[in-house]
Design a protein around this ligand. Structure first.
Ligand code: FES
Ligand SMILES: [Fe+2]
Length: 419
């Protein structure tokens, strides 16, 4: 449980907030590159970290992310003309480059130097891994891009998508590092009746009360959940939580399949953009069939490309008959199951009301870590991880081990990629 003040400190990320300042030290995966498919194409609205922005790809292919409201008198630059290496406001014709420089002010006298005095707020952008990254912190602190493995493999070896979710980013992240919910939320009715056949559901169902080991590292947390599956073997699911909001989901032992994970990117205090990445280090994702990768890539579509059909307004199309006989939730698609729970907790859950148990160890440590780093930054100490994107090349791990094995010794090489 947190006090009300701690809850606010942890969750709120608008300009000037301590947590907002911490997150602004990191590059943020803001858009999928295909959302801006062509030079001089349509600009898109982008809300990020509580700020209303507009993104556009200029004539040279560079992506600009600048303030939505034109610096002249506030017209939305979303309606702007994207042409000749800049975006031109349609109200009075002022034109801005991707750097926010005002290069034309056609309603002012030609001899005026007013345009040299006006800039739009513009954030640095880079493209990597099929994603447009945005850096919103102080220019002099701008680090190199982080290097998660999914951004380093060839495009055919990865799938990246994003969907908007209507709740605070911490709620999403908490779901991502909560290994014990898997034995319930994503399980089947049969597994709870003791009918264990195939798949990992089997291993999750054999021990529904995993024992947690959580270790702080340079990248964030190494989170291990141990399930006892026999007297001689434990099943470990190891999730790396890397700062500020990334996870990689553990694999089924010996499956040789792809990796997948999420980033929970704050749109504002009450909405997030869930970026989902699936990748294989050596093989094209197409080898795994039409439903390859995380189920989040395969949600049912709605008219809005950033919002799935299953939503709060239709109770995520819960099927009560299925809930009795087939699926633990009666909600189709594992990713929608997570969304249903996270959104319906309310936009920012009142954490003074919760009762945390031993299965919530990782959640407790993640909150403490984020709040400590935000406090340290308030005192002038920069977050190490933000400037060391190379330590984000992480994988998850799922493996069987002897009961007396050391969690850190067995899992850290697998997660860090010393393989
Ligand atoms: S409001 Fe944009 S040019 Fe006037
Ligand atoms: Fe989940």
């Amino acid at each position: 449980m947190l006090t009300q003040a701690e809850n606010e400190y942890l969750c709120r990320i608008g300009p000037g907030t301590p947590m907002g300042s911490l997150l602004r030290r990191f590059w943020l995966p803001a858009l999928i590159s295909t959302e801006l498919p062509e030079a001089d194409g349509s600009p898109v609205r982008l809300k990020l970290m509580g700020e209303q922005l507009v993104a556009f790809r200029d004539t040279t292919g560079r992506v600009g992310v600048i303030q939505n409201n034109c610096p002249h008198r506030g017209a939305s630059l979303f309606f702007g003309r994207n042409e000749e290496a800049g975006i031109r406001c349609v109200y009075h014709g002022w034109k801005f480059t991707t750097e926010g420089t005002c290069v034309d002010m056609p309603n002012e006298p030609a001899e005026s130097d007013f345009k040299a005095k006006v800039n739009a707020v513009a954030y640095a952008t880079e493209e990597a891994g099929g994603v447009i990254w945005v850096y919103m912190g102080p220019t002099e602190k701008r680090p190199p891009l982080p290097r998660p493995e999914w951004t380093l493999v060839p495009p055919e070896q990865r799938i990246v998508t994003r969907y908007i979710q209507e709740n605070n980013w911490v709620q999403g992240l908490e779901g991502g590092i909560d290994s014990s919910h898997v034995s319930f939320l994503h399980s089947t009715v049969a597994s709870h009746r003791g009918d264990f056949k195939g798949s990992s559901t089997n291993l999750f169902a054999l021990d529904k009360a995993p024992e947690f080991r959580v270790v702080e590292t340079d990248f964030g947390l190494l989170i291990g959940a141990r399930r006892r599956v026999s007297n001689t073997e434990d099943y470990w699911r190891v999730t790396p939580y890397s700062l500020p909001f990334y996870t990689v989901i553990p694999q089924v032992p010996g499956s040789g399949r792809y990796y997948a994970g999420h980033g929970w990117v704050p749109i504002d205090d009450e909405n997030l953009s869930m970026v989902t990445y699936s990748w294989h280090p050596t093989r094209p994702m197409s080898e795994f069939g039409p439903t390859a990768g995380h189920p989040a890539h395969h949600v049912r579509k709605s008219a809005d490309p950033l919002r799935p059909l299953q939503s709060r307004s239709n109770d995520y199309l819960i099927d009560r008959q299925s809930q009795k006989t087939v699926s633990y939730t009666g909600i189709e698609n594992g990713s929608i199951q997570d969304r249903a729970i996270q959104e319906t907790m309310g936009p920012i859950y009142d954490r003074t009301q919760e009762h945390l148990g031993s299965a919530d160890a990782a959640i407790i440590m993640m909150r403490r870590l984020l709040m400590r780093l935000a406090r340290q930054l308030e005192e002038g100490q920069e977050p190490f991880a933000a400037a060391h994107g190379e330590i984000m090349t992480l994988r998850s791990a799922g493996f069987m081990s002897r009961p007396d094995a050391s969690f850190v010794e067995e899992s850290e090489p697998l997660v860090r990629g010393d393989r």
